[in-house]
Design a protein around this ligand. Structure first.
Ligand code: IDP
Ligand code: MG
Length: 141
């Protein structure tokens, strides 16, 4: 059965451009409860750890430096079928390919600076949530 927790980050481009409030409201209006939220300027080590699965990809170095370019906003979100529903809400990785009305279509700059992260599985949602919120009951499992 699909879980009810997903993990998101409002990424540095969206925070720097002043879109964080609108994106958070979009998420809440879509029915997600915010279980945890913080504002953090990631170190290189944190970003490398978070995106370790992509370390062999050609864009990894740029991705890490972009994720450390300014503060971002990690979020733990709750809703039925959270992971799949949230991926639909944010749209495709490349905003040029994202559906109308999705968060990335509305706010992303590029395939790299694409405004938001969304977990791709229940397992990764819990792992990612714990990475930023070790103290939160909901993500202890
Ligand atoms: P996702 O965020 O839609 O799950 P992933 O493939 O997991 O996409 O990639 C993680 C992040 O890496 C993306 O959100 C984006 O910021 C960046 N990224 C993905 N593909 C590319 C690319 O081809 N060029 C530059 N950056 C990319
Ligand atoms: Mg991904």
């Amino acid at each position: 059965m699909a879980g009810n927790i997903t993990f998101s980050i409002i990424k540095p481009d969206a925070v720097a451009n002043g879109h964080a409030g609108k994106i958070l409201d979009h998420i809440i209006q879509a029915g997600y409860k915010v279980r945890a939220l913080r504002l953090i300027h990631m170190t290189q080590g944190m970003a490398e750890g978070f995106y370790a699965v992509h370390r062999e990809r050609p864009f990894f170095k740029d991705l890490v430096s972009y994720m450390c370019s300014g503060p971002c906003m990690p979020l733990v979100l709750e809703k039925a079928d959270a992971v799949a529903g949230f991926r639909t809400l944010i749209g495709a990785t490349d905003p040029a390919k994202a559906d109308e009305g999705t968060i990335r279509k509305l706010y992303a700059q590029s395939i790299e600076a694409n405004a938001v992260h969304g977990s791709d599985s229940d397992e990764n949602a819990l792992r990612e949530a714990r990475y930023f919120f070790a103290e939160i009951e909901e993500v202890r499992g």
